[in-house]
Design a protein around this ligand. Structure first.
Ligand code: NAI
Ligand code: 15L
Length: 269
């Protein structure tokens, strides 16, 4: 497939969308922005909800690929998750199929496997084909998105890389994040690899940097050509001094999903 040039970025007003708006143009992409929230200083951004099928058809028309970040990014009621993450993702894929878009990158999450016990001591890294164990309705919606992507590949030939993102923020802010941090620079590298790798079909990858304390296996991400450059360990001394090491007896330290598995942070709206 020829390298995509014009890329629809959904969720462009959000935290990750804002970071990627800053970093992806350096790879040669022209971004078309989409979000329910208006984006200051971006008069051409499409302000629409994922429920708006007409707006989605127009948004995907003529793009080479889609990066789908939009949706509820924390725990919420089942109804809210259903509308934004399940129906919204379906609406996007249906628009992409109808307009002939061949490649999508789906922002899945570590919370699709959040109830997986985290590795301790010499335990092996978590493989990408570990059984899914969502820790929330939010994580469940990411399982749905991965399955939807598989269906659209098998049925319609729309390719997707589903990226189970760890924590993508400027810096890790917890000891757990030392294991799953995806630096913004590595996120852009991974998205670029996912957009340009040949013949991905539907591939599922973990999204994190080359962290010393890594919990999962990055082989499927590296197979796309992703070479992470960053390591969270530079933040470890301060975070461990402030918070202590993870305590195996604490339920919120026992699973990949951290506190999502016990007392999930909730979507504010
Ligand atoms: P965020 O909450 O900052 O941004 C989400 C964006 O989606 C917001 O701008 C919001 O307005 C938009 N949105 C929500 N519902 C919408 C709808 N129905 N129609 C149109 N737009 C809608 O989230 P963040 O951190 O930027 O994450 C982006 C994506 O990556 C999300 O799908 C999230 O689940 C996923 N992810 C992010 C991680 C991270 O560390 N930032 C970790 C794992 C997954
Ligand atoms: C996610 O899926 C959330 O969208 C993000 O806000 C973080 O909480 C991240 O997981 C995490 O697990 O740290």
């Amino acid at each position: 497939m020829p390298a995509p040039r014009t890329v629809l970025l959904t969720g462009a007003a959000g935290g990750l969308g804002t970071l990627m708006r800053g970093l992806l143009p350096a790879y040669g992409y022209e971004l078309r922005l989409f979000d329910a929230t208006p984006i200051k200083g971006e008069p051409d951004a499409i302000t629409a909800d994922l429920a708006d099928k007409e707006a989605l058809r127009e948004a995907v028309r003529g793009v080479d690929a889609v990066i789908h970040l939009a949706g509820i990014s924390l725990e919420a009621s089942f109804d809210k998750i259903l509308r934004a993450n399940v129906e919204g993702t379906y609406n996007l894929y249906e628009a992409a199929r109808a307009e002939g878009v061949r490649r999508t990158v789906f922002a899945s999450s570590n919370h699709a496997v959040g109830f997986t016990p985290r590795p301790q001591g010499d335990d092996p890294l978590i493989p990408i084909d570990t059984p899914r164990r969502p820790d929330t309705y939010y994580g469940l919606s990411k399982c749905f998105g991965e399955d939807l992507a598989q269906l659209y590949w098998d049925l319609h030939g729309v390719e997707t890389v589903s990226v189970r993102i760890g924590s993508c923020f400027m810096e890790p802010t917890s000891v757990r994040m030392l294991s799953i941090w995806l630096s913004p620079g590595d996120c852009a590298r991974l998205l670029h690899a996912a957009l340009t790798a040949e013949s991905v079909g539907h591939s599922v990858v973990y999204g994190s940097s080359a962290n010393t304390r890594l919990w999962w296996d990055l082989t499927s991400a590296r197979a796309l050509g992703y070479e992470p450059q960053d390591d969270s360990e530079q933040y470890a001394e301060k975070l461990v001094a402030d918070q202590g090491e993870l305590d195996p007896d604490r339920p919120d330290h026992a699973y990949l999903g951290g506190s999502f598995a016990t007392d999930p942070p909730r979507w504010p709206h």
